[in-house]
Write a protein that binds this ligand. Sequence first.
Ligand code: ATP
Length: 288
Amino acid sequence: MRVKARAKINWTLDILGQREDGYHLMDMLMQSVSLADTITLTPASEVTITTGGYPKLPANERNLAYRAAIALQNATGCRKGAAIHVEKRIPVGAGMGGGSADAAGVLAGLNQLWETGLNQQELEAIGLTLGADVPFCLRGGLTRTTGIGEKMVSLPCSRLYDLVVIQPCRGLSTKEVFTAYHEKADIPRPATGDAQLALENGDAALLAESLGNVLQAVSQDKRPPIGDAIAALKQRGAIAALMTGSGSAVFGVFESEEDAREAARRLRSRWASTFYCRTCQESVLITD
Ligand code: ATP
């Protein structure tokens, strides 16, 4: 079985508060994008994992794809196995939910392969135990996500957008970014309601005005290339450009596929990790 596990971007990322246990309460507009890892699942007597495409990715029990398979076994009592192969294309430590996408792909794929029969809600509940972005990666499309990542409302979106994604420097630790966020004053907030309306109505001008990520300022302070890449995307014609998640990847929104592909071609000579992609209506795709 082959599974395409798609990455996500944050159109907006806002923090509304913090629970007593330290988890942050978020308000985010998230969308799946066509940039994807390919996961191959082959029936086997036990769960094993191999990886390709990114040499430093753990090919052991620390890999979220492996942990997803074990979590499914534990939740269902199923003792079947699978040889999991993850071919990585989504930049790692980029705020694009790469590990979460793989976990979602494995949960959805093995639920079919092992005939464990869990419904979407049950899969999302297991997903949340693996990471805050896993429920979104199981659901996909465009959502407004709140709570710690478990409250999701799927939204209609009237058009898809052409994007250029750049990972201009190595990833930041999410913990480090959140700590610095609490120490910084006067952080500009996204206009999440307006951005939602803009996405629902396909209003690119309103979208460009209302996007934002409250973690961008601190990530940019720690990694100046993030700001450089955002400026370069705008200079190449992006109608909006911002950071996704806690970084370090940034994305620019373009008026047409042609503009986006041309910008990606030019920006790749400065940042090798530059990709053209498109927003999507779904995340996990099981192909055979
Ligand atoms: P998010 O957007 O959910 O915050 P991210 O895109 O910033 O995530 P990931 O690429 O998911 O970050 O990876 C973060 C860490 O998780 C890396 O240090 C990596 O070694 C580890 N990891 C474990 N499994 C995976 C996987 N299947 N794919 C990517 N990273 C993984």
